[in-house]
Design a protein around this ligand. Structure first.
Ligand code: HEC
Length: 133
């Protein structure tokens, strides 16, 4: 008599552990975390100002955030310079304005002489925010 009682009970416990509910719970938590990180940087004024400049200056024909095109991905650039002193912003801004090559390969970045130092620095600040946490 006892056996008939225990089997369905065990099944119920098993099903409860495997239920979609608990899996979805975990997924939601992960999605939430990602969203939080994204919201953190996108609410940063440096992010918004820099993104606007990158968008209107034609940078995205050679750069993507996560994929190498003609130029390195912005995520790779950000990770490379994470932890550098603030002077890296001026250095990279100058390079955007005057162009250059040799850091990521032998393909040159074209110069952007129409950009001001402030605009180029804003673009760099945006890019550097894209580093992996
Ligand atoms: C014609 C293609 C092209 C365009 C347009 C372009 N880039 Fe680049 N960019 C490159 C290449 C190629 C490199 C790698 C240069 C190297 O190896 O030193 C690069 C490198 C960079 C780097 C890293 C430099 C370093 O020394 O590590 C930054 C930052 C950057 N680009 C930002 C920008 C921004 C901002 C714009 C828009 C104003 C832009 N790029 C437009 C091709 C381009």
């Amino acid at each position: 008599m006892k056996k008939y009682f225990i089997v369905p009970l065990a099944l119920t416990v098993l099903l409860a552990c495997n239920s979609n509910e608990s899996k979805e719970g975990k997924k939601d938590a992960a999605t939430e975390e990602k969203k939080d990180a994204a919201e953190d940087i996108s609410s940063n004024p440096d992010y918004q100002a820099g993104l606007a400049i990158v968008g209107k200056s034609g940078c995205l024909t050679c750069h993507k955030i996560d994929e190498k095109l003609t130029g390195p991905s912005y995520r790779d650039v950000a990770n490379k310079y994470a932890g550098y002193p603030d002077t890296i912003v001026t250095h990279l801004a100058n390079k955007i304005i005057t162009g250059g090559m040799g850091v990521w390969g032998e393909v040159p970045m074209i110069p952007h002489p129409a950009m001001t130092q402030e605009e180029a620095a804003a673009a760099v600040k945006y890019i550097l925010l894209l580093k992996n946490k």
